[in-house]
Design a protein around this ligand. Structure first.
Ligand code: ATP
Ligand code: MG
Length: 268
């Protein structure tokens, strides 16, 4: 590894790749995407369009392909066919996972992956460096701008009071928020969040709804979640996936009253 390069990345977290082309107001295009595992189609001709700044909820029964869809967007899984574009010009299928992250797509997995023996502050500092290598903290001196960003993110995630606390001592919900904060340190254009409120208390769930809602506009946010009350509380447009394709799309009321959707959920 080249330390100079690491340093450059660590100090330039906002100088990412060429500016994203959002001239058609669409940040993500998935078209005719299919993914098979041993002949089983986890995604089957999936088409999905996400507008710049929108907060989209994706629901669907277990095995519908929701996580696989995120795997395709982030480069973890390559589709057999189809296309995936980030804005007008970035072909996601030609980029590696780190390149996709650097291009401005952040992903939050279900299990929090904060560093338990580091403080909230240090976790955010580490995240700013670009990947989770301790090296960069050792070599990078924080600029005023970077300290300002940490401060800003602490406010967004509601952990200003816990800045000195060890991440391992936070509640489950606070760890999840910290991890969202770590993603925000990279200032992603698009945030993918898989089952954010699983295991949270009702109070934590409510705060998470506020947090994700507050991110929309500045970021585009795609949330996969099974908790319908939570989805209802944040949803504008809801997409229902079933057997690897879009079954329905619309407002929460529209999809919940859609006979196709009712059948899928009753049969689940
Ligand atoms: N790496 C893999 N190898 C084989 N099969 C897989 C793999 N990943 C996913 N699948 C299968 O693809 C289908 C879709 O899985 P996926 O995890 O995308 O569903 P999901 O909608 O996220 O479900 P859940 O709500 O349970 O998280 C499932 O049948 C799953 O078993
Ligand atoms: Mg899943």
């Amino acid at each position: 590894m080249n330390v100079g390069r690491l340093l450059g990345q660590g100090q330039g977290q906002r100088s990412r790749a060429p500016k994203l082309d959002l001239s058609h107001n669409i940040i993500l295009y998935l078209e005719d995407i299919s993914v098979s595992f041993d002949g089983f189609k986890a995604l089957n001709n999936l088409n999905l369009y996400i507008e710049a700044g929108e907060l989209r909820c994706i629901i669907g029964p277990n095995g519908a392909g929701k996580t696989t869809m995120m795997d395709v967007i982030t480069g973890k899984t390559r589709p057999d066919v189809g296309s995936a574009w980030f804005g007008q010009t970035v072909d996601l299928l030609t980029l590696s996972e780190p390149e996709i992250a650097a291009a401005g797509i952040g992903r939050k997995f279900q299990k929090p992956t904060v560093f338990p023996n580091h403080s909230v502050f240090e976790n955010l500092e580490l995240a700013m460096a670009g990947d989770k290598s301790v090296w960069k903290t050792l070599i990078a001196k924080l600029s005023g701008e970077q300290l300002g960003r940490i401060d800003e993110v602490l406010k967004i995630i509601g952990l200003t009071e816990r800045v000195e606390a060890l991440a391992g001592g936070l509640s489950h919900g606070q760890k999840q928020w910290l991890e969202i904060g770590m993603l925000l340190m990279q200032d992603p254009e698009l945030l993918l969040v898989d089952e954010p409120v699983a295991g949270m208390t009702p109070q934590e769930t409510e705060k998470t709804a506020e947090l994700l809602t507050s991110l929309a506009g500045k970021h585009s946010v795609v949330v996969v979640e099974h908790d319908m009350a939570f989805v209802r509380s944040i949803a504008r447009t809801v997409t229902v996936l079933h057997q690897g394709s879009v079954l329905a799309e619309g407002s929460m009321d529209q999809v919940q009253n859609d006979p196709k959707v009712i059948e899928v959920y009753l049969g689940d």
